[in-house]
Write a protein that binds this ligand. Structure first.
Ligand code: ARG
Length: 586
């Protein structure tokens, strides 16, 4: 493992040094370096600095240039416009840096020097209920964030806070008790079967609950038994949880996502802590009794009537709700799991809840300067019409149906592309799943999580534009060139001069580590997606402008193959961190 500093980082350092040498009073001013179309990099920092020091920016820029003679890395530097610096990198430096990246399994990406511990709460469906597109977003975004953080060296602990507790279980358990044959087999053979069992039970129980007052009363008493830990009641409750897990795991598998059983710690996992959580909150005065309920009040949170809306930690009947569980989970994650960052990948519609929960935890000191919590709040999935995604009948769309349709569409695209019939049926099906699931994930990950996005399958599986299929084809095309290269192995030739498209591609490949660092610290997979899309676009330009196998000299062929291979590895690694497969052939 050898971390390779990027050229951008090197240049940044040089310009910053030159700046403070030229102008000691500038302190450690940021040279504001960015990629530019005119040269390789442009530094704009002199403008703001000259303004602050009431100097002339062009003059200041000139002084910086004097401190920065052209050398091995910077081949040219000039003052331009009102006081920018235009900086060109030596071809040799580009290829040498890339060669150092190629040497490293991690492409020269460093790992954090002082990694922290992040506990991430994501992929949290509800027991005995269908999964919907909201659960998809949490799972897809969470999985990518886990992978990006882990790659950066962070210790990541996953928590799937499934909805496995609550009064609705009274009704379900009571019904099952009275109709034991309904779930008397060992286990469902498939997720579909498990879910259809649960659906049937749920509907039947609900109907009885609504129609039969005596059953309603028995169901209510069953809730009390459940909370009291009655063995027989718990055993039936567990049947529901296990049956649901068969279903959840089947969906996660379809999503090509690894969810591990020990990480599934649902709401019920915090039962033993609830009473103590309430006691601590009440004793510290953070929570107060109000009309029998234990509440936390906030100055800035008021309902439409102007009255304060409290966070209810314990209801007046003694029952604990969602907030008590989340506050207990915070205690567990901080104290027992040693978290310094708590991350929640949850729908933006729960933002008020988390705002109140986090503020409560801060008041009592469970969260503080060392330990902080963030909700990675995601927006709503919309239909093509821009309204929340529903079936024509106005029902929530079943996630499984959606995934199946994506796979079906993608399979059609793969089949059509394979006009010469090189792929077997089995290969087409496998690629179809990888392309279809990739398309769904990428559509989610390529927009910033906080934004709503339109679920549009036509667009998602399109070969043109910012889609995973486009990226997967770019990858497969590179792999096919590498296979055709025969005896000529990819090899870096730093002595060669580079075409503009080669330079642009090379400099972008060199930015991979910085992109990942950004995506990790901001918990923003969309930054990685944007980088990869640009990588594929720059590769396409390179491929159009620079013949690879027919380049003029064998050295040029090798050097271009080297660029191809490093681009492919970067694409592959980046896509893997988004949880998307890159098939070798498409
Ligand atoms: N199960 C919840 C839902 O489906 C999401 C749970 C979010 N996590 C949490 N710690 N509250 O909406």
């Amino acid at each position: 493992m050898a971390s390779v500093p990027s050229l951008a980082a090197l240049v940044h350092q040089r310009v910053a040094d030159a700046l403070s040498a030229a102008l000691p009073e500038a302190g450690s001013a940021d040279p504001l370096l960015r990629r530019s179309d005119r040269a390789d990099f442009q530094a704009n920092g002199m403008l703001a600095l000259a303004k602050k020091l009431k100097g002339n920016p062009r003059e200041l820029a000139g002084k910086v240039v004097e401190q920065l003679p052209a050398g091995e890395v910077i081949s040219e530097i000039e003052v331009s416009g009102p006081g920018f610096l235009n900086i060109t990198i030596a071809d040799r430096a580009i290829i040498q840096t890339l060669a150092a990246r190629a040497e490293d399994e991690r492409l020269g990406v460093p790992t954090a020097e002082k990694p922290g511990v992040t506990v991430i709460d994501y992929a949290q469906p509800n027991v005995a209920k269908e999964m919907h597109v909201g659960h998809l977003r949490s799972a897809v975004i969470g999985d990518a964030v886990v992978k990006i953080l882990e790659f950066s060296g962070e210790k990541v602990i996953r928590r799937h806070h499934i909805g496995d507790w609550g009064t609705q279980f009274g009704m379900l358990i009571q019904y099952l008790m009275e109709h034991p044959h309904e779930l008397d087999h060992k286990h469902a053979d498939s997720g579909e079967e498990a879910m259809s069992n649960l659906n049937r039970l749920y509907k039947a129980a609900r109907a009885m609950f609504d129609a039969d007052a005596e059953f309603k009363e028995r169901a209510r008493r069953r809730v009390v038994d459940l909370q009291a830990g009655d063995e027989q009641t718990l055993a039936l409750w567990k049947k529901f949880v296990d049956e649901s897990k068969i279903y959840f795991y089947s969906v996660f598998e379809k999503l090509d996502m690894e969810i591990r059983d020990p990480d599934v710690v649902g709401e019920s996992g915090y039962n033993d802590m609830l009473a103590e959580t309430c006691r601590l909150l009440e004793e510290s005065g953070v929570a107060v009794r109000s009309e029998g309920a234990l509440c936390v009040f906030f100055d800035d949170i008021k309902g439409p009537d102007g009255n304060p809306v409290p966070l209810i930690v314990q209801k007046s009947d003694g029952g604990f709700g969602y907030a008590a569980t989340d506050l207990s989970a915070i205690r567990d994650r901080v104290r027992n799991l040693g978290a310094d960052t708590l991350l929640y990948v949850v729908d933006a519609r729960q933002s008020l809840h988390f705002k109140m929960v986090f503020e409560t935890a801060r008041r009592i000191g469970w969260l503080n300067d060392q330990v902080h919590a963030v909700q990675l709040a995601f927006g709503t999935v919309l239909g093509k019409d821009g309204k929340p995604f529903k079936t024509r009948e106005g029902e929530t769309v079943r996630l499984v149906d959606l995934l199946d349709e994506a796979i079906e569409r993608a399979t059609a695209v793969v089949r059509e592309k394979d006009a010469q019939g090189r792929l077997t049926e089995e290969e087409i099906a496998e690629r179809g799943a990888q392309v279809g699931i990739g398309a769904v994930k990428y559509a989610d990950l390529s927009t910033s999580a906080s934004r709503d996005y339109k679920f549009d399958l036509d667009q998602m599986v399109s070969l043109n534009g910012d889609t995973s299929v486009y990226l997967q084809y770019a990858y497969a095309r590179i792999r096919s060139i590498l296979r055709k290269a025969g005896d000529l192995a990819p090899q870096a030739h730093p002595e060669l001069s580079l075409a503009p498209a080669e330079r642009a591609l090379g400099l972008h490949v060199d930015q991979f580590a910085e992109t990942l660092a950004d995506a990790a610290s901001d918990h923003a997979p969309h930054k990685l997606a944007a980088y990869l899309y640009q990588l594929a676009s720059l590769y396409t330009t390179f491929y159009d402008q620079c013949p690879v196998l027919k380049a003029e000299t064998p050295e040029m062929v090798q050097n271009r193959l080297f660029l191809c291979e490093l681009t492919a590895r970067t694409l592959h690694q980046g896509m893997a961190l988004l949880g998307i497969r890159t098939p070798e052939r498409l």
